[in-house]
Design a protein around this ligand. Structure first.
Ligand code: CU
Length: 235
């Protein structure tokens, strides 16, 4: 019995030392400027998620409430795809952006569909539709309910804890978006040419994940070396 318990303590100590060594390595790499770049591209799924989603849900409600004749905007890739390191291993908080990122309510959907922010960032939720919307979340990193508010109003939420926050509207049950909150700066939104770049990543081994639309699609083990560029393709 005592022997088994000793083994558990021994294993715990070894694991702690490994994690500590990894964290120290990243901090040292940051201090030394021993960083590399991750860059690459994604191949968006053949299914047009934004097109099918909008046809299925939004058109039912859009015409009677909104700007007559205005074409419905599909999501751009930058509103759908985020690439990020899952296991940065140590907190590397970054100052929140001077300008609050926005999760718009426009044409009966949240835009973007996925929003990536650093912990400590305040996100604005403007209502740009000709009817009331609501914004709420029951997710563990941040529970909130902004109530119902009309066109032209905007409410804000600060996200301090890292994690995945699922956001809904209690009036339109299909309205949904995801806010990914990170306690490190190693994430990037894909541009409209399918490319992404994450600069100044401390050298080391990581898991790089790719989120598209409503879910994580794929993750890959990668190695970042100082002064080098690691190229990653997701499809
Ligand atoms: Cu709504």
């Amino acid at each position: 019995m005592r022997h088994a318990s000793f083994r558990r303590v021994y294993a715990y100590c070894i694991c702690s030392l490994i994690l500590l060594a990894a964290a120290c390595h990243i901090v040292r790499a940051q201090q030394n400027g021993a960083t590399g770049t991750i860059q690459g591209s994604i191949l968006a799924p053949a299914e047009d998620i934004s097109g099918s989603f909008m046809r299925e849900k939004k058109l039912l409600h859009y015409d009677s409430h909104n700007h007559a004749g205005e074409p419905i905007q599909s999501y751009r890739l930058a509103e759908l795809a985020v690439v990020y390191i899952e296991d940065a291993g140590v907190r590397a908080p970054t100052p929140p952006p001077a300008e609050h990122p926005r999760l718009n309510q426009f044409q009966m959907v949240f835009r973007p569909l996925v929003l990536a922010v650093s912990a400590g960032t305040t996100v604005d939720f403007p209502n740009n539709d000709n009817l009331f919307h609501n914004v709420f979340s029951y997710s563990q990193p941040k529970e909130f309910d902004l109530g119902r508010y009309p066109r032209g109003d905007m409410r804000s939420v600060r996200f301090d804890k890292p994690g995945t926050v699922n956001v809904f509207c209690d009036i339109h049950s299909y309205m949904y978006a995801t806010i990914l909150v990170f306690d490190h700066p190693y994430f990037a939104v894909c541009d409209d040419d399918d490319n992404f770049a994450i600069p100044a990543v401390p050298e080391g081994h990581y898991t790089l994940a790719y989120w598209y639309g409503r879910k994580k699609m794929e993750s890959k083990r990668i190695t970042v070396k100082a002064g080098e560029t690691t190229t990653v393709m997701f499809q």
